[in-house]
Design a protein around this ligand. Structure first.
Ligand code: NAX
Ligand code: K
Length: 460
């Protein structure tokens, strides 16, 4: 599991560890990790390379200067542009190692800029000196120290100017800004340096392949179709029959023992033509409701809720949820649908996906899966999982219908709503990447690739 901790959690863990170590040890660990990550970024060769450090007045700038010492000793020409008061202990060592301090001479081209402006102590936004410095090196690759300066570290939100990093080297643990958009998009690749912190449970996490492998339902040796769970799909309409086919395609990934379809008779005929293994009405362990349901969405949702089993509520059915759902549930809105549910603007949801997913999970007493580049899954108690699999090619019609069906299959197989939603989103993203192979995909390709993704998970 990849975990992101809050600034307060990191500071407490750092304070506890520092009492057991000689002064400066933690910063040296951070700075060495940073220096070697910068060398890697430079292709492993230091000699003759030029690096500019942007140095703020806090410890983030201190990390940059200490790393500058290590880089200078490896033959890198390092310059430091001080953006605040320069009270850093590291300055003398930096100069002694050959580092140059001052505003860089015009026209100097650097191989890398190291953003040591602010880290976990920074307020969102950048002061004018930092903005001016960044504008002077606008075309140079950036390695951010701990966080891209200017972003909301715990919120993942962006309010004003900030650094766009190619690589962020962070210390001790991830922070929410590395995982959650829009800040994650400004973080680039993330490299975590272990500095030995002992940390409490995290409130933001991201499943990794090994976690998915241990959560994904696998048949017992003596399994039969009913013990593996039956998932029911109520979706589609005369106007949108394809949504039913795709929802069923997701549900038919093989992770549940059986799939039932209940809906418009002409749509049901087409479902059976495409998926001969699908059967009609009967008992289920979970329902998937809403994709392409159009005017039938409300009736479909009411009928599903009568069975008192877990439910995935998608698309048109989301408009008919007006309070706590009353059964274990996964709601799967995109930003526009979530905005309508919370009575806010879509742009507000996109600017703060973490806050809005959490607030909807509380309000509806359900797991809320907010679709996006970094699909964000919130539990009513505030725990969040972010999805790091996927490809931009997954932004394609019907992909959400497949996801809803897949999550329904996982619910029917016995996963709780939070695990079902987060495992489903991970598998869906991985299937899209596999099906894409770097090129375009359509939603049915994603469904087809799901069993291959499950087959290639690491051994649990
Ligand atoms: N806490 C930890 O566990 C560790 C922290 N380390 C480093 O220390 C950093 C935190 O250091 P600090 O607490 O000194 O805080 P920072 O260096 O992140 O930032 C605080 C300083 O920046 C100024 N500032 C705040 N917002 C600003 C803005 N928007 N624009 C310009 N200046 C702004 C403040 O006046 C203050 O001087 C971490 O991000 C990391 O780089 C590491 O050395 C190792 C361990
Ligand atoms: K930074």
């Amino acid at each position: 599991m990849l975990r992101a901790h809050t600034v307060d959690q990191v500071r407490a863990a750092e304070a506890a560890l520092m009492t057991t170590l000689p002064e400066g040890t933690l910063m040296q660990r951070a700075a060495h990790g940073l220096a070697y990550a910068v060398l890697d970024f430079l292709g492993g060769r230091g000699y003759g390379r030029r690096v500019l450090l942007l140095v703020g007045s806090g410890d983030n700038g201190g990390d940059a200067l200490h790393a500058g010492v290590v880089l200078a000793r490896r033959g890198v020409q390092v310059e430091a542009w001080l953006l605040g008061e320069s009270t850093h202990d590291a300055l003398a060592a930096f100069r002694a190692a050959g580092g140059r301090v001052g505003r860089p001479r015009g026209g100097r081209d650097f191989d890398v800029v190291v953003d040591g402006i602010v880290g976990i102590g920074g307020r969102p936004g950048l002061r004018s000196a930092a903005q001016e410095a960044l504008a002077a090196v606008a075309d140079v690759s950036v390695v951010a120290v701990d966080t891209p300066s200017g972003v909301g570290v715990d919120t993942g939100e962006i309010h004003g100017p900030h650094v766009h990093a190619d690589l962020t080297v962070t210390f001790g643990t991830h922070k929410a800004c590395h995982l959650l958009d829009p800040a994650a998009a400004a973080s680039g690749a993330i490299h975590l340096v272990d500095i030995g912190l002992t940390l409490p449970p995290a409130q933001v996490e991201a499943l990794q392949a090994a976690d998915v492998a241990s959560l994904v339902p696998r048949p017992e040796p003596d399994a039969h179709k009913y013990t593996r769970g039956v998932v029911g799909v109520r979706a589609g309409s005369a106007a949108y029959p394809g949504a039913a086919l795709l929802s069923v395609a997701g549900a038919s990934c093989g992770l549940a023992g059986m799939v039932r379809f209940v809906g418009d008779p002409t749509v049901a005929d087409r479902v059976r033509d495409h998926h001969p293994e699908v059967v009609g009405a009967g008992r289920v362990q979970a329902w998937v409701v809403g994709s392409g349901a159009d005017a039938d969405a409300e009736a479909m949702l009411r009928a599903a809720l009568e069975d008192d089993v877990p439910v995935v509520v998608d698309a048109d059915a989301l408009r008919h949820v007006d309070g706590p759902v009353g059964v274990p549930a996964v709601l799967t809105p995109h930003a526009g649908e979530l905005a309508a549910m919370l009575d806010v603007e879509r742009s507000e949801v996109e600017a703060a996906p973490l806050a809005h997913a959490r607030s909807a999970a509380r309000e509806y007493d359900a797991v809320v899966l907010l679709k996006g580049r970094r699909t964000t899954i919130a539990r009513p108690d505030g725990l969040v999982r972010v999805t790091t699999t996927g490809t931009p090619w997954l932004a394609t019609a019907g992909a959400g219908d497949v996801l809803g069906g897949l999550i329904g299959a996982l619910l029917a197989a016995g996963l709780d709503p939070f695990d079902a939603a987060s495992v489903g989103a991970w598998l869906h993203g991985a299937a899209a990447t596999l099906a894409s192979g770097g090129g375009p995909v359509v939603a049915s390709d994603v469904a087809t690739a799901l069993p291959r993704v499950v087959a290639t998970l690491p051994a649990p």
